[in-house]
Design a protein around this ligand. Structure first.
Ligand code: FE2
Length: 317
């Protein structure tokens, strides 16, 4: 009885048409004005015009109307007012200041990926045929929005809102507890909050069918914008997902990911099982178990001062 899904996000950007066109070229579907969906889910990214790039709304689902009442009570204890009308709760995040909207519903399930035949060592499942990653003409499109990562100078306050208030479950913590991976679905994380010089969206992540889908889709983005790649391809320690991070035309980083850990039994999940901590006692761990190290801009995008100034002008920080 709790939050049960990340439905969609709204991104505010100076040039919404550029972002809409970009995602349509990557295989997402324009399902309404300013709305992008996937084959299984009509609404995944909403795009609106804004003076600076930011996430303007986080839309989630929960199981019951009682959940809305419980959430409203918990966030009220943290000083956050909310409105509940019928089966919807709305409030404003106290740190990032995006709208938070929670509906009593659940994400539409995905149709299973079309499996590819692989020839693993000692096991031949594809004979007398080329790999379909080779023969498929177009990259496979994104399947769904999987998670968002937010940076802020006040991670403790953000943690209190998301975990104590909204009810995210902790999957793993790094930086001695300052940065926290949280989930409301089975995915290892639907959210990561990390320390940053200003409150901003670090990245949003789109699930892909498999590593070939990640690779081919990422390559298509690099094909149209040579400097779009930030880091990838690799496989994370925390969440185990295969990743490729790139920037969208607004400058926001996004991730194509696949094969993320699924947690279906909270008691069976061991937090910190990999004993890795960025900058911890064992020394800084790289981003992935394999793959290139993250560049400085991964946690420090070049336009952060601009975002900080825009927020300050709006009285948000
Ligand atoms: Fe990610």
């Amino acid at each position: 009885m709790a939050l049960n899904g990340l439905l969609d996000i709204e991104l505010g950007v100076p040039n919404p048409d550029d972002l809409m066109d970009f995602w349509e070229r990557q295989g997402m579907i324009r399902t309404a004005d300013g709305v992008l969906g996937t084959a299984d889910r009509d609404v995944q990214l909403r795009v609106t015009e804004a003076g600076y790039r930011h996430m303007s709304e986080l839309h989630m689902s929960c199981e019951s109307e009682q959940d809305l009442t419980d959430i409203a009570g918990r966030i009220a204890d943290l000083g956050v007012e909310s409105q509940v009308v019928d089966t919807r709760l709305t409030c404003v995040d106290p740190v990032f200041h995006h709208r938070v909207v929670i509906d009593v519903t659940a994400p539409h399930p995905l149709t299973p990926s079309q499996h590819r035949a692989w020839n693993h060592a000692g096991e031949q499942t594809r004979t007398n045929a080329r790999a379909d990653a080779v023969t498929e003409e177009a990259p496979r499109p994104p399947r769904r929005l999987g998670h968002v990562v937010l940076g802020t100078p006040d991670p403790a306050k953000a943690y209190a809102f998301f975990f104590d208030g909204l009810g995210f479950k902790v999957s793993d913590q790094i930086l001695k507890g300052i940065a926290t991976f949280g989930r409301i679905e089975q995915d290892h994380h639907n959210l990561l909050i990390h320390p940053g010089p200003t409150s901003y969206i670090n990245h949003y992540a789109m699930e892909m069918d498999d590593i070939d889908a990640v690779g081919k889709a990422g390559q298509a983005v690099v094909g149209e914008r040579e400097d779009a790649s930030v880091v990838g391809v690799g496989r994370h320690y925390l969440g185990s997902n295969v990743f490729w991070y790139l920037t969208d035309p607004s400058g926001t980083m996004f991730e194509f990911f696949s094969d993320i850990d699924q947690i279906i039994d909270d008691d069976a999940w061991e937090r910190d099982h990999c004993r890795r901590d960025w900058g911890g006692a064992d020394g800084p761990a790289p981003l992935g178990v394999w793959g290139p190290p993250e560049p400085e801009v991964f946690f420090n995008p070049v336009d952060l001062p601009e975002i900080g100034a825009a927020r300050e002008a709006l009285g948000l920080d």
